[in-house]
Design a protein around this ligand. Structure first.
Ligand code: NAD
Ligand code: ZN
Length: 358
């Protein structure tokens, strides 16, 4: 009964405006004779938030670039660099950024105690040693990465998470003031990840009362946020932060579906960022999620958001084949979306035809 999921949740969480200023006290309890490593989105280099990080004596602040989605090779480099700088594992790893930096922090924390390349651990419960203490501090809301059991990585062969009981954060700090300056398109793309998580969680064979309750509340909050349409409003940002959390939790007990299967193909072959790849894919999935897609289109039109079109035009046959392979390899997503007989219901030709519309 693989649909009965027994998942590791995050350890502690603090929520509310100003909670970032509690970080120093939170970390003090976890310090021994090593150091803390802060992995910070390089967007914040030279900005106020970087000056507010509670850095003590031997701590390290490493700015991480996320112009491309997290890669296994970068995780391995970060792990090696930390061990080289510090001589041993740190007391903790703190990720400050969007889904990309949070996934780096989760993956690095696991890889500091598990030998070999991180690509070896892309899959379910492949890491055998407990990770080092790690903390997630989102500066974008929507992915649910702050609460999920996976650290999504692109490796040499696939885009797949290091998923398992050692991946989730021991602590998350949810401060809505950290997301009050996000550019409008990014706010929508990442926020819509949560909306799509909920629609997919609710619409599929693994849907259940627990996951549904969280997805419905998250969907309700997403609607409030995107009908208000203001990324700089604190009350709205509080709601988006909670929507992201509940959407991510809901998926823990259910599963993503067709949109993520297509989105992963776009990201793997074209490098399209997750939030925007989801929007490009969801826009064409009215056959699978009629109500959700209709509402999505209304929001896009009303908020004046750009959704790229024609992204698969000019793909070589080999690229299109790779994209289709990537999509159809995500069996757990299809099993949720279409049921056990999914292979009869989604063919290579159908996947190609949908990609050609994007
Ligand atoms: P992101 O972390 O990739 O960041 C997108 C852009 O926003 C970057 O340029 C970043 O520098 C910038 N940014 C971050 N915070 C900002 C702020 N406060 N103000 C202005 N700009 C800011 O975006 P994302 O959508 O949060 O994350 C996408 C990633 O999350 C993908 O790699 C995806 O695979 C992953 N993901 C993981 C999970 C999970 O469960 N682990 C779930 C969904 C997505
Ligand atoms: Zn997602």
């Amino acid at each position: 009964m693989d649909f009965l999921k027994n998942i590791q949740l995050v350890g502690k969480m603090i929520f509310g405006a100003g909670s970032f200023d509690r970080l120093d006290g939170i970390l003090t309890e976890k310090r021994s004779d090593s150091c803390m490593v802060f992995l910070v989105d390089d967007f914040f280099q030279g900005r106020d938030l970087a000056d507010r990080i509670p850095v003590r004596n031997q701590d390290r602040v490493l700015f991480v670039n996320v112009d491309v989605e997290p890669k296994t090779t970068v995780v391995d480099d970060l792990r090696d660099r930390i061990l080289q700088l510090n001589g041993r594992a740190p007391d903790g790893v703190i990720g400050i950024g969007g889904g990309s930096v949070m996934d780096y922090a989760k993956a690095v924390a696991v890889m500091l105690t598990n030998p070999g390349p991180s690509s070896k651990y892309q899959g379910l419960n492949l890491a055998k040693n407990a990770s080092v203490y790690h903390v997630g501090i989102p500066t974008l809301s929507g992915t649910g990465a702050e609460v999920s059991t996976t650290a999504v990585l692109t490796g040499p062969e696939k885009k797949l998470g290091i998923k398992g009981e050692f991946t989730p954060f021991h602590q998350i700090v949810l401060d809505p003031q950290l997301i009050d300056d996000v550019p409008r398109n990014q706010w929508f793309y990442t926020g819509m990840d949560s909306y799509i998580h909920n629609i997919e969680s609710l619409t599929g064979h693994y849907a259940n009362t627990l996951g549904n309750a969280m997805a419905r509340q998250s969907l309700h909050l997403c609607r409030e946020v995107f009908s208000n349409g203001d990324p700089t409003d604190l009350a709205s940002n509080e709601k988006l932060m909670v929507a992201s959390l509940l959407g991510g939790l809901s998926l823990g007990f259910s599963e993503v579906g067709a949109c993520h299967a297509f989105s992963y193909g776009l990201s793997f072959v074209l490098g399209t960022r997750h939030g925007i790849a989801n929007c490009i894919a969801f826009n064409q999935l009215g056959d699978y999620y009629p109500e959700g897609v209709a509402e999505f289109k209304q929001l896009v039109a009303r908020l004046g958001i750009d959704i790229p079109a024609g992204v698969t035009k000019g793909l070589s046959e080999a690229q299109m084949d790779k994209m289709i392979d990537t999509t159809l390899a995500l069996e757990h997503m299809w099993r949720h979306a279409l049921g056990e007989g999914w292979k009869d219901r989604i063919t290579r030709d159908k996947v190609r035809e949908i990609y050609q519309r994007m």
